[in-house]
Design a protein around this ligand. Structure first.
Ligand SMILES: [Cu+2]
Length: 115
């Protein structure tokens, strides 16, 4: 009898630990921050809006320190993709440079590169 109860307990432990160890699909919440060039409030808005995507839970851009902070689902995005998303709207990141054509189309107040 005692042996039976013991094996039930072990069964429960195995089920619970396999659930939490990823046999079921799960969302993987990750946080990152990296340098992004910007110049004004419009840049802040543009950067944050570009990250308004499914699988990105929150984003914040600090103009003063030129840093972006992102909480995202790492099963959907790799960190490099986040760099590409921001560069695509015209802002250089520490890893990806924005396309010159996209950059030149930014309003003058947003031109952060030194000529
Ligand atoms: Cu701007």
């Amino acid at each position: 009898m005692k042996q039976k109860i013991k094996s039930i307990y072990i069964g429960i432990i195995v089920i619970v630990s396999s659930l939490s160890c990823g046999i079921l699909p799960k969302s993987q919440k990750s946080t990152t921050s990296f340098t992004v060039a910007g110049n004004c409030e419009m840049c802040t808005e543009r950067i944050v809006n570009s990250l308004d995507l499914k699988g990105i839970y929150s984003s914040y851009y600090d103009l003063k320190s030129q840093k972006v902070f992102i909480t995202y689902n790492s099963l959907i995005y790799k960190e490099e993709q986040l760099h590409n998303i921001i560069a695509a709207v015209g802002h250089d990141t520490e890893k990806v440079k924005a396309d010159n054509v996209v950059y030149s189309n930014l309003p003058d107040c947003c031109k952060y590169r030194q000529e």
